[in-house]
Ligand binder design. Structure first.
Ligand SMILES: [Zn+2]
Ligand SMILES: [Zn+2]
Length: 884
């Protein structure tokens, strides 16, 4: 017979079971299985550079809970894993390594060799995070692991690009984009993070060409003035009525520029007169289009000033140039004033460099055609968000987006499938074209740029299943069922997947999206490497076990709120695992050498029926909570049922029935109930704590438990409403209350644990008397009671203490239970202490000065003290009488 080890050691158990699950291919989803209901989740692909963080732990534990539960419900579950090539992030990592190791830049190596290095790096480190997910217990279908740059997914990217280009949804154009001078690439609006910064507003005088004084413009970026091609005022602004149509001379550059009128200009901003820099500001760009202004680019791609500016500033870094421009303006007497000014400044999401709005030729995706359908899907509840508040955020974003800039000036990524001919023709094709269809020239050059990483991840729910081919996997598992992700990529990823699903598959990629919480430290700070407050989950697993970590992180995250995590909190999970382990061990010690058979219904005692009733209730609550994405509530219910009801009450209740000489039928009924409920409990807990439950299940199978060989594929419990019996639950609640008050009375009166007390219960109702008699043995056992007497009505016996519960009064006879003299001395001391305290409060309240100065709240507090102390004294005196 299997026996559980005395203490639970996670490491060995976890490695053993993960290997068994993989060997049996339990994670594998068979696309050819028929007559079942599929369930599919695609993993938010972690960056291939990634290491497991607590954010991943939370996100993937939730996905695993769903996958394991649905699998146990008999559905064919596909949890599809993989990694993202993470363009900028990965290129940055390899570039840094190259610089540190060989003092070389990617340009020193050249494109081809550099890409070779990135692939080498990917082969070496790229699967670290997937290995770590295995340690966490994730039941992904590893046979289907995908990478956004593998062959199939790359083909999907090209296909999507070409199709959208042919429809005119993908286009090339010269617009203002966000440029990172450090990464030297364009960024999408989402990758351009705005931070509020304290800066300045410089007021600069632009002299009028006619010599009639000057106009004053205000700017937060003085260096860009070198690219000004106009000054603008609002046409309704009376102050500048006569100015429109005139010319001013741009200081430092000494270029004449016109004064124009445009409704965009805010009369309240600065002087109401603004500089117009069409090549370095999106709003100025639009103004430039309206007024046909020259768009003068004044910077190089690395953020230094270019040759379009006066000699002196050429080659200067933009911020050095800012200082120089301000100084020069000042010495020319053209600086009117400088104001402090706080404003939002764009930063590169990857390297945190201040981005530059930059006029540049790029590839874009038009969003217009998808916005209304996406909004309608949310409206019609075809797409649901949990927590629901994200629906508003989503809608707001949709209503305010600009087209998506998808070109990146990087090497690592999907190269844009566009070729340029010397004749000016552009060929966008699925295969490398051999000649230009316009002029037949073979001199074609492919676009140097790659696509935004998200241009491959937005296809993830179907590209991973073989699209554009019509595969069996796609037809079985698309659309997927649920997406579990972090809210910070709602626009980067979730929204774009919705677009791509509608566009390429004609169906939304998923119907439900759950946004998991953010993991923070105990002080509420975000976990970050630089703060050093981010524990390594693998170390946590090594210390506490994966189950304990999973349990803890879920138990710390009420739906929709942040998780406040500290490694020590994993004690919670470890304690729970130990409690479960010890209880299972105790149960199995009792199963040993017993033949357990299904009892007659009449052989089930009240506590057995109660346990079965409570179990079914737990099944109902837990299952519903998981299906409703309330994992925290599901786990809380599982905890309460396991720890309090099964371990603390039921196991104790049945102990007398295990004793030597107990009735055999009754023992069998108890053992059978215990075994079945224990199996049901490990099933309920399996999605949360897969390893320890599998281990206990394996041991239980040796005591006659039937069903699947392994818990991971055993049937999830189904609630039987007929077995939920409110009358039995009320009865047991009454008995539990009774035991609790007797225990409390013993504790309050310091009765040594070895001494049994005599208890008299006065219960008016016949039924309640019956309930007590029915469980007399158990009550006596649990409350250390000697004789238990139940009557209709009883007066308080001498030398007894009492307590009241709903429907009964309980008297505990202290006679002979306590050392009278010692007890009396203790009470006397207590009396004295309380008496002098009472006197001090009374004195305070009689003190006129105090009463005059104290606030009504303080006086009220003193009055409360007075009455509670008086009550206490009364009680103590009554007690003293008992021991005299
Ligand atoms: Zn950057
Ligand atoms: Zn051509």
């Amino acid at each position: 017979m299997a026996e559980l080890e005395k203490t639970y050691t996670p490491a060995a158990v976890e490695a053993k079971w993960y290997a068994v699950w993989e060997k049996n291919r339990y994670f594998h989803a068979d696309e050819n299985r028929t007559g079942d209901e599929p369930f599919c989740i695609v993993i938010p692909p972690p960056n291939v550079t990634g290491m497991l963080t607590l954010g991943h732990v939370l996100n993937n534990t939730i996905q695993d809970i769903l996958a394991r539960k649905k699998r146990m419900e008999g559905r064919t579950v596909l949890w599809l894993p993989g990694t993202d090539h993470a363009g900028i992030a990965t290129q940055n990592v390899v570039e840094r390594a190259l610089l540190a190791g060989e003092k070389k830049s990617r340009h020193d190596l050249g494109r081809e060799e550099f890409l070779d290095r990135v692939w080498q790096w990917k082969d070496k480190y790229g699967s670290t995070i997937l290995r770590q997910l295995r340690m966490l217990g994730c039941s992904c279908d590893w046979e289907r692991t995908r990478f956004t740059m593998d062959e199939g997914l790359s083909r999907a990217v090209t296909e999507a690009f070409v199709r959208l280009y042919e429809k005119g949804v993908v286009y090339r154009g010269k617009y203002i984009i966000n440029w990172c001078p450090r990464c030297r690439t364009a960024l999408s609006d989402e990758e351009n993070e705005h931070q509020e910064k304290n800066g300045h507003l410089w007021h600069i005088r632009y002299p009028r060409q006619d010599g009639n004084g000057y106009v004053v413009v205000a700017t937060t970026r003085p260096e860009t003035m070198l690219g000004d091609t106009a000054v603008a005022v609002n046409p309704a602004d009376e102050r500048y009525k006569g100015l429109v149509g005139n010319t001013v001379v741009l200081p430092l550059a000494n270029r004449p520029i016109p004064v124009i009128a445009d409704h965009y200009v805010d009369r309240e901003f600065g002087t109401g007169c603004v500089k117009v820099t069409p090549a370095h500001d999106p709003n100025d760009f639009a103004m430039g289009e309206r007024h046909n202004l020259e768009k003068l680019v004044v910077m190089n791609l690395d953020g230094t000033m270019n040759n379009a500016v006066p000699q002196k500033y050429r080659g200067m870094d933009r911020f050095t140039c800012r200082k120089a421009v301000v100084e020069d303006l000042n010495s020319l007497g053209l600086l009117e004033k400088i104001q402090d000014h706080s404003h939002a400044v764009g930063h590169c999401q990857r390297c945190h460099t201040v981005t530059e709005p930059f006029l540049s030729m790029q590839w874009f995706v038009k969003y217009d055609q998808w916005i209304q359908p996406a909004l309608a899907a949310v409206e019609k509840r075809e797409l649901r968000f949990y927590p629901e508040r994200w629906e508003k955020t989503f809608a707001h974003w949709l209503e305010n987006i600009r087209d998506w800039c998808i070109a990146r000036q990087l090497w690592w990524g999907h190269r844009i499938p566009a070729w340029y001919c010397v004749c000016g023709h552009i060929v966008v094709a699925r295969q490398v074209p051999t000649e230009c269809p316009a002029c037949k020239s073979t001199d074609l050059k492919q676009d140097e740029d790659v696509l935004d990483t998200w241009f491959s991840s937005w296809l993830w729910p179907f590209s991973t299943m073989g699209w554009p081919d019509e595969t069996a996997t796609l037809s079985k598992f698309y659309p997927t069922n649920a997406l579990v992700t972090a809210a910070d990529i709602i626009f980067f990823w979730v929204a774009r997947m919705v677009f791509a699903g509608m566009e390429f598959m004609g169906k939304l990629p998923f119907s439900e999206v759950f946004f998991n919480s953010i993991v923070r430290d105990m002080q509420g700070r975000k976990m970050s490497k630089s703060l050093g407050n981010s524990p390594d989950p693998i170390e946590v697993i090594n210390t506490y076990g994966a189950d304990a970590l999973r349990y803890t992180i879920i138990s710390l995250a009420p739906s929709g709120q942040d998780v406040h995590f500290a490694t020590e909190k994993c004690e919670l999970g470890r304690n729970f695992a130990n409690k479960l382990w010890n209880s299972a061990r105790f149960a199995m010690m009792n199963f040993k050498d017993q033949t357990i058979t299904a009892p007659q219904k009449s052989q089930l005692r009240t506590e057995d029926q109660w346990m079965i009733s409570r179990f079914n209730q737990a099944v109902k609550v837990i299952s519903r909570a998981i299906d409703g994405y309330d994992f925290n509530a599901a786990l809380a219910a599982a905890y309460h049922f396991t720890w309090n009801e099964l371990c603390d009450w039921y196991l104790e209740f049945i102990k007398p029935r295990m004793a030597e000489g107990a009735d055999l039928a009754s023992r069998n009924a108890a053992l059978h109930t215990l075994r079945e409920v224990l199996v049901g409990t490990v099933k309920l807990l399996h999605p949360f704590m897969p390893f320890i439950t599998e281990e206990i299940y394996a041991a239980l199978r040796e005591y006659g438990v039937e069903g699947a060989e392994h818990l991971i594929v055993a049937r999830y419990p189904v609630c039987d409403d007929n077995l939920i019996v409110p009358n039995i639950e009320a009865r047991m609640q009454f008995v539990q209350d009774l035991v609790v008050v007797i225990r409390n009375l013993r504790a309050e009166n310091n009765i040594p644990p070895g001494k049994k007390g005599d208890v008299l219960i006065s219960a008016a109702e016949e039924a309640k008397q019956q309930w007590i008699m029915d469980l007399e043995t158990q009550i006596k056992f649990l409350s250390k009671t000697g004789t238990l007497t139940v009557t209709h009505a009883a007066a308080k016996p001498a030398q007894s203490v009492s307590a009241v519960i709903a429907g009964a009064e309980v008297f505990l006879n202290l006679e002979g239970l306590v050392d009278k003299a010692a007890e009396r001395a203790k009470i006397m001391k207590d009396l004295e202490r309380n008496d002098s305290f009472l006197k001090s409060v009374e004195a305070k309240l009689a003190n006129e000065k105090f009463m005059q100065h104290a606030s009504p709240e303080v006086v009220e507090k003193e009055r409360v003290k007075l009455s509670t102390t008086r009550e206490k004294l009364e009680k103590l005196r009554a007690n003293l009488a008992l021991f005299s």
